[in-house]
Write a protein that binds this ligand. Sequence first.
Ligand SMILES: Nc1ncnc2c1ncn2[C@@H]1O[C@H](COP(=O)(O)OP(=O)(O)OP(=O)(O)O)[C@@H](O)[C@H]1O
Length: 404
Amino acid sequence: MIRFEGAGMRHPDGTIAVEGLDLEVPTGRITVLVGPSGCGKTTLLRMVNRMVEPTSGRVLLDDTDVAELEPAKLRRGIGYVIQQAGLFPHRKVIDNIATVPYLLGWDRKKARARAAELLELVGLAPETAKRYPFQLSGGQQQRVGVARALAADPPVLLMDEPFSAVDPVVRAGLQEELLRLQSELHKTVLFVTHDIEEAVRLGDQVVVLREHGRIAQLADPHTLLTTPADEGVAAFLGRDRGLRGLALRPASGVRLRPVGDGLRYGGWELALDDGHRPIGWIDRDAVTAELHPAAAFRPDADTLRTALDAAVLSPAGVAVALDAEGRVTGTASREAVLAALRPDASGSPAAGPSATGPSATGSPAADAPVRTDKPPAAGGHPDDTGGPGRTGSTGSTDGADGGR
Ligand SMILES: Nc1ncnc2c1ncn2[C@@H]1O[C@H](COP(=O)(O)OP(=O)(O)OP(=O)(O)O)[C@@H](O)[C@H]1O
């Protein structure tokens, strides 16, 4: 655990970077520091590896004041990832990754073998090893930066806006990768960002800072989004914080309409291949049999945001639910997705903050069984005439009906 005790830092010119901060960074979890530019995030991070010395208070690493530890030794036990990776341009990727093992005196062969292992761990092809950093994309460089920080298997990782120099798609991939790594490695991560979206996606706990490193709020992502401490925090979270919260909720709570009820919704029909995988939506009134993409989600692996997105994109107004093999297991209307937000719906946040997101392992709510509707005793959906080759009861009780 990292503990800041009344930690403060005043620059020689009198500028206060951080003042009297008390904060605990729990072992094996991701703590994200987020806040506006200049609020002291980087200063705080660098106090941990003594790149910045506090001018008041102290920082403890597993109950030892870091001031008592020799800086070079301390830093070898702490992985550090910065914006734009900060790789050595004249060293091959493999040697960049092996930097700390070399410093620790490992023999070259062992250090390189470890580096090759890490290259694979962060999702880079083995041939990347022989390249120089300028021969890699920004996202690949960041992966190398993460691999380098992990090389000596340090228990602590400091990450200072590591993904902010790459485009949003690459960034989302890197975030996903970090969560996957963390589900295996359980490092104590202190992560700095100014992006609240990134903070709630990655953090087990999120610390919203304001000027001079003062804590405006410390909470798990769900609590932060639903219960901001004050108007300042609410403003910082943005007006769409409710929608953003959808990304923290597993889609396992969505009540599905079973496929046995048919695959027709209003004038739309879902076409399946022989393996029960969706081919697309067909407009039954159209002259040509044009296929419209069947936006889908996986209840066991995706969030409510993905499920809602799939329902919104669907011409029939229903999202298609798939199992891990891509077979259709049911459908869910927009209303059915939103119904999963009700406090009594399964997959509620009472199951605990899904800090690593439901697609990562270990989220209790993500493991919840998919609930399916019981067909009503009588009646059914007026548009439901049964899917191709399917008969049986129709309708649903949860508003999971489509139509247009
Ligand atoms: N060498 C310095 N001399 C004086 N003031 C400094 C110095 N370095 C940083 N500061 C100030 O300390 C404060 C905290 O800086 P810090 O870099 O920790 O903020 P930050 O939250 O990480 O900002 P950003 O998000 O822009 O990177 C800022 O007000 C900054 O202007």
